[in-house]
Ligand binder design. Structure first.
Ligand code: ZN
Length: 83
């Protein structure tokens, strides 16, 4: 049981206040299992700037587009049930 996931952002991401490169983004939008997710998978992510301490938080401007059901496929059933 984790508390957040790490978020991968473009390497050129810079602090909005001082312009220094920033890393170490986190989010609670995902499974919160300390996974590394792409920023496009979550609606919100944030980090502190190591240089100036500014809180850099990003929120999605537009809702995530709905993916068609055809983009999913059935997974072969590997479970067995006792009935
Ligand atoms: Zn900064």
């Amino acid at each position: 049981m984790g508390m957040y996931d790490e978020i991968s952002v473009p390497p050129e991401t810079k602090c909005v206040k001082c312009g220094e490169p920033i890393t170490g983004f986190q989010s609670k939008d995902g499974p919160c299992e300390l996974k590394v997710l792409d920023y496009s998978e979550v609606d919100n992510f944030y980090t502190d700037c190591e240089a100036c301490g500014h809180w850099n938080e990003y929120v999605r401007k537009r809702p995530k587009p709905k993916v068609p059901f055809e983009d999913f496929e059935i997974r072969p059933n590997t479970r067995t049930y006792d009935l």
